[in-house]
Design a protein around this ligand. Sequence first.
Ligand SMILES: Cc1ncc(COP(=O)(O)O)c(C=O)c1O
Length: 369
Amino acid sequence: MQVPFLNLAAQYQALKDELLPAVEHVLAGGHYILGANVAAFEQEFASHVGVRFAVGVNSGSDALILALRALDIGPGDEVVTTPFTYIAPAEAIYAVGAKIVFADIHSLTFNIHPDQVARRVTARTKAIIPVHLFGLVADLGPILRLAAGRGIDVIEDGAQSLGAKVGGVKTGSFGRLGCFSFYPTKNLGAAGDGGMVVTNDESLARKLRILRAHGIERRYCHDLHGQNSRLDELQAAILRVKLKRLDAWNTRRRDIARRYSQNLSGLPLQLPAPIDDSHVFHVYAIASERRDDLQKFLADHGIPTIIYYPQPLHLQKVYADMGWRPGDFPVAEEISRKILPLPIYPEMTDEQIDYVTSTICQFHKEGRC
Ligand SMILES: Cc1ncc(COP(=O)(O)O)c(C=O)c1O
């Protein structure tokens, strides 16, 4: 059996009859930038997250940059984030000229550790960017309390966590601003790049709308140093079709995760937890002392995998002149050696899940499966 790591083509086939008319409607209408679809999708997205405002932008990376810019964060400021994630939050901090400050992660959740954040906060800290990694809500309570006590803003990176919630409250709505990505592989993926910034703050929403469109509120009047970062109509039309499915897809992802964890229990592996509404399983990642051998064994049995993330950010070449050394963030370093994401997508069948887990059992020479 072959189990692809992702299968976006299967999702397209299932939605084709709705996607093609939606795309056709945009093309035939001739209005491609900031039209009715973007406006409607922003409203539908805001209501899905449970916030007042959503501003469609060009990517999740731009969402983070624009969030920092909307808060006037720049040179001389510090922003705390995690070293174990996709590079976008660190890139965004660097892009606005602020200082990247990493805080180590929790070994079980892989999310930024509030105690480590507290150690890294200084008088210059202007924002904290927790990432809800792999779809699991970060430990926000202590971070929000710490931030509130010091006048620091929290910008949630919800690129991987759309729909994850705690006490009925969804990621993106806890902080001053929430950022999302519609990169095609995300739980809600476009057919290209796209992103969103959400907030309950009306003046910030207005500023974000100006910043994303060359600093313009009235045509050809440039009031702020803006940029071009607009979500386009085609992507918005596609995302509107898919948003209606998101809750069902996230439920299916949790079901897959539950089946994985049941089948793998008892093996010498660290399994993700919890499996409840606080996790939307953008990634189902196990941790193994024998990760590289296990990955090869799976590949040899028709199950290719991709490691997120094989090297923590503080050890990336691009940051070689920042002074970070191996050992600075030991938990992030250890997890990057052990982490192994398994295939997960709503269209995955139970047979495929069982094949993956029985292959992992076989690797561990477990006769039971
Ligand atoms: C945690 C996280 N933040 C930000 C981004 C950036 O989003 P984009 O690719 O849309 O720029 C990504 C991934 O792509 C991500 O995984």
